[in-house]
Design a protein around this ligand. Structure first.
Ligand SMILES: [Zn+2]
Length: 200
């Protein structure tokens, strides 16, 4: 997914956190680069690591809704689906004081019924273009970097993961990509900043 813009901006997104080990490592990378990112957090993970969630927001990043327990929302009935989004929205608000503004469906599983539920919350649904990088499968730092690099142009949205299992390859790949893209003049922005940046 790419947002049409004339500005040289890229939005890094991180799903499935917060994680007390890997999320802070990513925050360090973005602080050094003067960049911002968006974290699609799982509600029950926020309950386990509320301080990490607060640190993300305090450092100027954005938190998006990624449901409460990470189900395939197309397999839920309407009430269960609404509850997954609402519980997560409330936990984000109670933990950080800020309401999430966008949604990313777990597994990118999405259909018309899910769209109707998400519309009630007013969330834009956020995809990504570098799914082939498969960082969650630990395919190697070089694979993640090279596959992602090919997808980058102004307005690109990138997906990585800071939750579940060993995410050290992700951290290292992101460190390299952030260094590379900022040296090319890219500004690293949050999803909401990207959506507000001018259309072509
Ligand atoms: Zn996820």
């Amino acid at each position: 997914m790419r947002h049409p813009t004339t500005r040289k901006v890229v939005a890094f997104t991180f799903d499935d956190g917060p994680n007390p080990i890997y999320t802070p490592q990513l925050l360090d990378i973005f602080r050094e680069a003067n960049g911002k990112a968006t974290f699609y957090m799982i509600g029950e993970q926020i309950e386990r690591s509320p301080d990490t969630a607060r640190a993300v927001l305090e450092q100027g990043h954005e938190i998006g809704n990624h449901t409460y327990t990470h189900p395939d929302v197309t397999k839920l009935d309407e009430e269960a689906r609404r509850s997954e989004l609402l519980r997560s929205e409330r936990i984000i608000l109670e933990t950080t004081g800020v309401k999430p503004a966008t949604f990313r469906p777990p597994y990118f599983a999405f259909d018309e019924q899910a769209a109707a539920t998400v519309a009630e919350f007013g969330y834009p649904v956020i995809g990504a273009v570098n799914g082939a990088a498969r960082d969650w499968e630990m395919p190697g730092v070089d694979h993640i970097v090279e596959t992602t690099r090919e997808t980058v142009e102004p307005g690109t949205i990138l997906i990585f993961h800071d939750g579940f299992g060993d995410r050290s390859q992700t951290v290292e790949a992101v460190r390299q990509l952030v260094r590379e893209l900022t040296s090319e003049g890219y500004e690293l922005v949050t999803i909401s900043e990207l959506l507000q940046s001018d259309q072509v």
